[in-house]
Design a protein around this ligand. Structure first.
Ligand code: PRP
Length: 547
């Protein structure tokens, strides 16, 4: 039996001595602010009936929730979310308490990580404003957004950004243009990933193409682009939604948060759940949103009582390291840091240098690089790090680099929480299934028969998705390089790999059985960086992509 290493807590975290004190200080700052604002603490059980969490069809639990059975064999779940149990309480236990309910919590949530390296146990502090006038959501949304901004201010001073979008905008747009459910979901996912290149290539109404670019600060100039969006749609419903966002921003500007606000019409995640505004909070030094919130008018109805509701939560573990560094005077002076670009070593490196030089950016340090790995370019305006393709995604996802240049094959294999800002048009090749020449262009014959097919590949996730889509019985074997050897040596029936010229396949007697998708080099961006350093990133993008 494998012995346990008791010093390690993979996916969980020990807070010891000063760390434990700081963690408590962070929670207490938020708790005291919420109390001062008239919110009352709510503590819910660590384990609930599983049905409490699965009651809401708009929040699919998937495999992320920890389930177990209790002593009476009832299916239970560890608390994977704090809002749902509070909605349960509001709907069932507070029927005699006058509306509205102002409730806050500071509790741990437990879930198997589905993305990146998130912890399986995290502390969330949040507030819920439940049961306000359903005809007037503006006052409640403003109140909760102001409390969110105050919470961020208490932690970070005025060095943060809250970005506002609307959960009903995309659906309204899809209805307006009669887009069917499947296509709408494809578009939604591309907009969520700010995948400009793919959206641009689709044959869809212009407003969908405008949507991912509709983000900016709360300045009059930036806000005015929203009017052009409304005009393009000519829809009263869309106008109403945009006016709502603008009015909220104006109200919060009046409260002194003008420089900390932005808008993003491309916020299109969890659309069925959010029934009105949605917002996220970002801070320099953390690569993703540290605060999430919005209006969720349909949640309490799952427990038998419909109450208009709005709220937000902050994940304490997400901000702990940054606040610890700041406390110790170690946090980098972000505003002085040049924009950093993680560049894939090898083929894409050469093409990128060519592109930069064509656009007047001196890359001599990169050309005569020796063993160096970090290169300041353009008089220190940005710096380039040379890394392996997989690591581009990791550096960008975690906010260590603001931008990355990587093939769309790597994004398809690993990337899910980065924005895909541009197709650079070079590094063109294809992902393909290849194997014995007798199956050339004949996937039906290759997958035919009853025997399981063994496919060797560097792209295990892509291969598994491909096999699932083909409903084929496939075993994938992970191979690091020279994948073509696997079928030659009898390890596999075929390979899923990149084909550029086709020379490697030809010289080894293999043929393409089926092409999966085309590949090219993309510019990806860290999500928080696009909010906090939008102008610098826009400027660099337009400079490097002039020609
Ligand atoms: C890639 C890919 C193929 C080859 C295809 O390998 O895995 O082997 O290029 O290119 P072609 O169609 O122009 O022949 P790479 O050169 O990156 O090396 P690797 O096998 O070590 O990953």
């Amino acid at each position: 039996m494998k012995s346990i290493d008791y010093g390690r807590t993979d996916g969980r975290r020990d807070y010891i001595f000063g760390d434990a004190e700081l963690r408590r200080e962070i929670c207490e700052k938020l708790i005291s602010l919420m109390k001062k604002s008239g919110y009352k603490e709510t503590v819910t059980p660590t384990a609930e009936y599983y049905d409490v969490f699965s009651a809401d069809p708009t929040r699919p639990m998937g495999n992320s929730v920890y389930k177990f059975t209790d002593e009476q064999n009832r299916l239970m779940a560890l608390r994977c979310d704090c809002t749902v149990p509070i909605a349960r309480i509001a709907a069932t236990k507070l029927t005699d308490t006058p509306l509205p309910y102002r409730l806050f919590y500071c509790q741990n949530v437990f879930s198997a990580p589905t993305l990146g390296n998130r912890l399986t146990e995290e502390t969330q502090c949040g507030a819920e404003l439940i049961g306000t006038d359903p005809q007037n959501s503006m006052d409640a949304d403003t109140e909760i957004l102001e409390l969110a901004a105050q919470s961020m201010k208490a932690l970070f001073g005025l060095d943060f950004s809250i970005e506002i979008g609307h959960g009903k905008l995309f659906t309204a747009l899809a209805d307006l243009y009669g887009i069917d459910g499947g296509t709408a979901e494809t578009i939604r996912k591309l907009i969520e990933a700010k995948n400009f290149a793919s959206i641009e290539s689709m044959n869809i109404p212009k407003p969908f193409k405008m949507l991912p670019k509709m983000f900016g600060n709360a300045t009059d100039e930036d806000l005015s682009v929203l009017d052009s969006f409304v005009e393009e749609t000519g829809s009263e419903k869309i106008k109403e939604i945009i006016e709502y966002i603008k009015s909220i921003i104006i109200k919060l500007k009046e409260k002194g948060y003008g420089n900390c606000l932005s808008f993003d019409l491309g916020l299109v995640g969890r659309l069925d759940y959010y029934t009105g505004i949605i917002f996220g909070g970002f801070v320099k030094g953390v690569g993703h949103s540290v605060l999430l919130g919005g209006r969720y008018d349909n949640l309490t109805a799952n427990f038998g009582r419909a109450l208009a509701s709005t709220g937000f939560s902050i994940t304490v573990d997400d901000i702990f390291d940054l606040l610890k560094d700041r406390k110790n005077g170690k946090a980098p002076e972000e505003t002085l840091r040049p924009i950093s670009i993680a560049l894939t070593k090898g083929r894409l490196e050469k093409k990128t240098i060519e592109l930069f030089e064509k656009n007047g950016i001196d890359c001599s340090s990169l050309i005569n690089k020796g063993r160096k790995l970090v290169f300041p370019l353009d008089n220190g305006r940005f710096e380039v790090m040379l890394v392996k393709s997989r690591d581009v995604i990791t550096y960008v996802e975690r906010g260590v680099c603001d931008l990355g240049i990587v093939g769309s094959d790597t994004i398809a294999e690993y990337g899910s929480s980065v924005y895909e800002l541009a197709d650079l048009g070079f590094g063109k090749c294809r992902m393909a299934l290849a194997g014995n020449a007798k199956y050339k262009n004949d996937p039906e014959a290759f997958f035919g028969g009853y025997s399981k097919k063994v496919i060797a590949t560097k792209f295990v996730n892509i291969t598994k998705r491909y096999a699932a889509a083909r409903k084929a019985d496939v075993e994938t074997v992970s191979i690091e390089g020279s994948v073509e050897l696997a079928p030659i040596l009898g390890l596999a029936d075929g390979i899923v790999d990149i084909v550029e010229t086709g020379d490697t396949l030809r010289e080894n007697g293999l043929e393409i059985i089926e092409e999966l998708f085309p590949i090219s080099a993309r510019i990806v961006a860290n999500i928080a960086a696009t909010k906090l350093r939008k102008k610098e990133i826009d400027c660099i993008l337009s400079d490097v992509m002039k020609v």
